[in-house]
Design a binder for this molecule. Structure first.
Ligand SMILES: NC(=O)c1ccc[n+]([C@@H]2O[C@H](COP(=O)([O-])OP(=O)(O)OC[C@H]3O[C@@H](n4cnc5c(N)ncnc54)[C@H](OP(=O)(O)O)[C@@H]3O)[C@@H](O)[C@H]2O)c1
Length: 244
């Protein structure tokens, strides 16, 4: 996939991995439609990068995804890359937490339903371009779960298999389908937990190389080791991640 001259929509561009992806792609000569609720974090970048187009949108609200798609169709019909990065992670125990159905529904919607909807609704725009890509950000927890976040792990496992099957469907079309599978990364999502975390910049370094070389399933950092251990000893991989 070409690394410059794209117009890229990045959800969750206001923080963490999405913010670093936004800055890197802008530096490499792409235009970025940066989406999140708190777009004020993107405003200071606009002076440096005239090709940054922040768009404030609550993707967890009933009309958020439709509003975003309408905005793209009206203002950015040349969009050729969609990066589904926005997500949340709730940690709770099913025997202890209150209000689980509502929290689970919100998490499933934002982490799985919305990326699937954005793929469906934006494919007509993407497939009209000469080169196009969808990039879904899953997690090492899509492969081996941890105890404290069962719904998050479930949404990421769903996104992982959805991405693979979508890649099969779009073979032979102009739309390439990538997946970023991160280990624990040092962002606001993991504040106060985890150790030996990868920096978002290291993740983005690895991903942009894979993107340029059409490596579609991108195991980042320690996820490569996790996949090897899972193949050799699934029980060991489970033990390592269970209380992670
Ligand atoms: N950090 C890790 O260790 C790790 C590991 C594996 C996978 N991942 C995945 O990597 C991706 C990025 O995570 P991160 O660590 O960078 O998280 P983060 O720093 O918490 O950022 C999450 C982003 O999602 C956006 N977002 C959340 N709720 C939203 C909503 N309702 N509408 C629109 N945007 C919303 C946030 O923007 P606003 O608050 O401005 O709305 C923010 O830009 C996620 O898919 C995550 O699951 C992270």
């Amino acid at each position: 996939m070409k690394s410059s001259g794209n117009k890229i929509l990045i959800t969750g561009a206001t923080s963490g991995i999405g913010l670093v992806l936004t800055e890197r792609f802008l530096e490499m000569g792409n235009a970025v439609v940066g989406v999140g609720r708190r777009t004020e974090t993107l405003n200071p970048l606009r002076e440096k990068y005239p090709d940054l187009f922040p768009f404030a949108c609550d993707l967890g609200s009933a009309h958020g995804p439709d509003e975003l798609v309408l905005h793209v169709k009206q203002q950015h019909p040349d969009l050729n890359v969609l990066i589904n990065n926005a997500a949340i992670q709730y940690n709770y125990h099913f025997l202890e937490a209150a209000d689980i159905p509502a929290r689970a529904a919100y998490e499933i919607n934002l982490n799985l339903t919305v990326p699937v909807q954005l793929c469906a609704l934006l494919l007509p725009v993407l497939r009209g371009q000469q080169q196009a890509a969808v990039v879904n950000v899953s997690s090492g927890l899509a492969l081996v779960p941890k105890k404290s976040a069962p719904v998050y792990c479930g949404t990421k496992a769903g996104l992982h298999l959805f991405t693979k099957a979508l890649r099969y469907q779009l073979e032979g079309s102009p739309v390439k389908v990538f997946e970023i599978i991160p280990p624990v990364v040092d962002t606001p999502m993991t504040a106060g937990r985890g150790s030996n975390k990868l920096s978002p910049a290291q993740l983005v370094d690895e991903f942009v190389r894979a993107f340029a070389n059409d490596r579609f399933e991108v195991n980042i950092g320690k996820v490569k080791l996790l996949r090897l251990i899972s193949r050799l000893s699934p029980a060991l991989a489970d033990r390592i991640l269970k209380n992670g």
